[in-house]
Design a protein around this ligand. Structure first.
Ligand code: UD1
Length: 444
């Protein structure tokens, strides 16, 4: 297994590239199944989740080619003939469940394994299933699989109000509805940029969609969708992660530049609290040549956050914010309203000296923490990057074990950070030796 070894105490300097969005790339790949021909997607990050999902598409019969050097992904969907997403793949990555909508939309039927929970608690898919039923699919559960079928091969369409608003369910329902026979409506739809950009790609393929980025999305089904060449957006969570890191690990008075992303998709809440800490940023453009420049403050102020759907503070940035708070001179609270148990990183960060009090759905973080290096265990994607960040500002050496979690969502992290002045390297280790009894208690 791989681990990351960080020697703390170096400033983050210069510039880092931000890759394409993982959470937008996956629905774009699902969308590419809906046209009968070949789609080319660019700015696709070279991540484990992307290669896993490429495999899911191949199982359905698509021909997929990914060039990690150019970040270009080609999908030839003309050969899709097997409407199934097997357990082996869905258990590796929940987003494989997008195959429910994609296959219903493309071939009128789907047999997709139910995903399990995840390391921070249950993550239901009830809204996905209720939604496709409302759009006219017959659905039954058999041996852990959802078997869905459209009458006479095409969904009639319908109306569905989701509560709470769900990114994944909105994506699945869009996939199912764009080639339906009739019109559909999604109420309380997710307004996340990932949904909007994915919806724009569907529109470029010929889909008729109104209301993207608002609470109500209306879709008029079309008979055929075209192939498309589409550029994926930058990863707003990777950008936010590096902004937080620059603010706390940059040299006071210096600037750090993040290339390949703009701040448009960060949401107001993040932009506002980031500035309240005393850090600042300027930004230019949104495409390939865009950048964000962070001005590192002399001192960070503690600022409390509450996670919320877009444009609220993203749940995918709260673990990183916790580490930033430990470097401020005061006390602030991280409140999680989307996944109340998403705090698996706290016990690991405590082992490095984090002072925090955990309550129901929230953590009070005390500043002035003098973090010390330790051997710590990744538990999920965003938790693992928070451990790396803590290692960067800690004294001494930190070994972050089980970085396969991190590899799902951060492209070339150790290379990007090394190029920006951080002492970090990847090493192989034997889990039997390096992971004491605690290993048995943690999810693999
Ligand atoms: C997506 C992101 C994930 C992010 C999350 C919230 C991807 C691949 N993943 O996950 O990184 O943390 O959005 O921004 O894009 N819910 C239900 N029933 C459902 C579906 C969801 O009750 O059928 C609830 C969830 O438990 C949660 C809330 O809805 O409390 C939001 O979850 P959702 O937006 O669906 O998250 P994902 O799409 O799984």
């Amino acid at each position: 297994m791989d681990k990351l070894v960080v020697e703390g105490g170096n400033y983050l300097r210069g510039s880092l590239p931000v890759g394409g969005s993982k959470n937008t790339a996956l629905p774009l790949m699902a969308a590419s199944l809906l046209g009968g021909g070949s789609c080319t997607l660019t700015n696709i990050p070279n991540l484990k989740d992307v290669t896993t999902f490429a495999h899911v598409l191949r199982v359905a019969g698509a021909k997929v080619q990914f060039d990690p050097d150019t970040n270009e992904l080609d999908v030839d969907a003309s050969t899709v003939d097997y409407p199934e997403a097997p357990y082996d793949l869905v258990k590796k990555m929940r987003a494989s469940f997008y195959m429910l909508g994609a296959l219903l939309g493309r071939v009128g039927k789907a047999r997709v394994s139910m995903p399990g929970g995840c390391s921070w608690g249950p993550r239901p898919v009830d809204l996905h299933i209720k939604g496709v039923k409302e759009f006219g699919a017959s659905v039954e559960l058999d041996q852990g699989y959802v078997i869905a079928e459209a009458p006479n091969g095409r969904l009639p369409g319908g109306s569905f109000k989701m509560e709470p608003s769900s990114v994944g369910a909105t994506i699945n329902l869009l996939l199912a509805a764009v080639r339906a026979k009739g019109g559909s409506r999604i109420e309380n739809a997710a307004q996340e940029p990932d949904v909007v950009v994915f919806g724009e790609a569907l529109k470029a393929m010929g889909a008729k969609i109104e209301g993207l980025g608002t609470e109500t999305i209306e879709i008029e089904g079309v008979d055929v969708l075209d192939s498309v060449d589409f550029r994926n957006s930058a990863d707003r969570i990777e950008l936010g992660t590096y902004m937080i890191l620059a603010a706390m690990a940059g040299e006071p008075g210096d600037t750090v530049r993040l290339n390949g992303a703009g701040t448009k998709f960060l949401g107001n809440a993040f932009r506002d609290v980031f500035r309240e800490t005393g850090a600042d940023f300027t930004s230019e453009g949104e495409g390939a040549d865009s950048y964000v420049e962070i001005a590192v403050p002399d001192e960070l102020k503690p600022v409390s956050i509450t996670t919320a759907p877009y444009p609220g503070f993203p749940t995918d940035l709260q673990a990183q914010w916790t580490v930033l708070l430990s470097q401020t001179r005061g006390e602030a609270t991280v409140k999680e309203t989307i996944y109340k148990d998403r705090f698996r990183h706290i016990p690991e960060l405590r082992r490095m000296g984090l002072m925090a009090l955990q309550g129901d759905g929230q953590v009070d973080v005390y500043g002035n923490a003098e973090l010390k290096g330790a051997t710590v265990m990744s538990t999920d994607l965003r938790a693992s990057v928070s451990l790396v960040m803590a290692g960067i500002v800690a004294e001494g050496r930190t070994d972050v074990l089980r970085v396969y979690h991190l590899d799902r969502g951060y492209e070339e992290l150790e290379h990007k950070l090394s190029d920006a002045g951080i002492d970090i390297r990847r090493e192989e280790y034997d889990p039997q030796e390096a992971e004491p009894q605690r290993a048995a208690e943690l999810p693999t």
